[in-house]
Design a protein around this ligand. Structure first.
Ligand code: TYM
Length: 325
């Protein structure tokens, strides 16, 4: 079976963007691939975190993975910091990465611009992400569009390493969904929906239904009053159409047809219904999981499996690099 690896940072409230662009695909891939999914808490440390909050968010994210449908009998679910091989290979790959290529990462440039002081970890973050992926001899990495550049860098690092030391790493492929790879903010539809912005434009997976209703009702549209998919000229309406389509399982074309001649009120009402039909059951499962201790056992078993799966690659890397005295 081919292998899948992906991760989500426990660094804020997960959004519908994380679900539609990434996690939903994680669930769909479980039957056809051997999947490793991680709560990448080491990555969250690239910006300041309150320790207790980070612990809470890591558990909450693990519960959300399960609530959206990750099945621990099929997939390995684990917390990144419980598998030390990630940090160890991360260092080794930092020594195979160049300042120039890390400095060209758009996510680094955007985040660095927003902050007064920037940690070295924020800069070297893609080398740790490469370690996450390469440790498991991963074939496919399902991600939203904003992570594509990091997966491409991972490929470059793997190829460079293999050229220098022999065929140690599998060179992974990114898997970017053809629709929903970049869910946009409802209030600023030129920006992506993001867990760190906390604005009215972001639908959080754990938002109360009345909050979601408020956010969708206030979504920015345009003055044309025609429901048409045209991301360039009608970004707000197009984003609602994509969200609606992905949540209800219909095509964008079918929805354009359905809402023909109706105002944006009808589109918003339909979008809200579709979103709630997806999120309400997830929220109910999440509440159940958070009320039980089951999650700690699942994570302990996941970390043990991940440690075992990661060990041969790290051993081989150390051998070829001359660290096996
Ligand atoms: P993170 O935590 O920012 O996001 C998790 C996943 O959600 C996707 N995503 C979106 N998709 C569509 N529309 C959006 N508005 C949207 N916002 C986020 C992201 O593309 C991502 O797939 N660096 C990664 C975590 C990571 C990782 C890895 C991923 C660490 N190591 C190894 C894959 C493989 C990140 O910060 O994702």
């Amino acid at each position: 079976m081919k292998r899948v690896f992906s991760g989500v940072k426990p660094s804020g409230n997960l959004t519908l963007g994380n679900y539609l662009g990434a996690m939903r695909h994680f669930v769909a891939m479980q039957d056809d691939y051997e999947c490793f999914y991680s709560v990448v808490d080491l990555h969250a440390l690239t910006v300041p975190q309150e320790p207790e909050e980070l612990r809470q968010q890591a558990i909450s994210l693990a519960a959300l993975y399960l609530a959206v449908g990750i099945d621990p009998k099929k997939s390995t679910l684990f917390i990144q910091s419980q598998v030390p091989a990630h940090a160890e290979l991360g260092w080794l790959l930092q020594c195979m990465s160049y300042m120039g290529e890390l400095g060209r990462m758009t996510q680094y440039k955007d985040k660095a611009r927003e902050q007064e002081s920037v940690t070295v970890g924020l800069f070297t973050y893609p080398a740790l992400m490469a370690a996450d992926i390469l440790l498991y001899q991963t074939d496919v990495v399902p991600v939203g569009e904003d992570q594509k550049q990091h997966v491409e860098l991972t490929r470059d690092i793997a190829i460079r390493f293999n050229n220098r030391f022999g065929e140690v790493f599998k060179v992974p492929e990114p898997l970017i969904p053809s629709i929903g790879a970049r869910i946009m903010s409802l209030s600023e539809p030129h920006k992506k929906m993001s867990k760190s912005s906390n604005s009215m434009g972001d639908i959080h997976l754990l938002d109360e239904p009345n909050v979601i209703k408020k956010k969708i009702n206030r979504a920015v549209t345009d003055s044309e009053a025609v429901v048409r998919y045209d991301p360039e000229n009608k970004p707000g309406v197009s984003n609602l159409l994509v969200i609606h389509a992905l949540c209800s399982g219909e095509s964008v074309a079918a929805l354009e047809e359905r809402y023909q001649g109706q105002g944006y009120g009808a589109l918003k009402k339909g979008t809200l219904e579709a979103v709630l039909a997806v999120l309400e059951p997830i929220q109910a499962r999440y509440r159940q999981l958070m009320a039980s201790d089951e999650i700690y056992d699942i994570l302990a078993a996941g970390a043990a499996k991940a440690r075992e799966a990661a060990a041969p690659t790290l051993k081989r890397v150390k051998e070829v690099m001359g660290l096996n005295l």
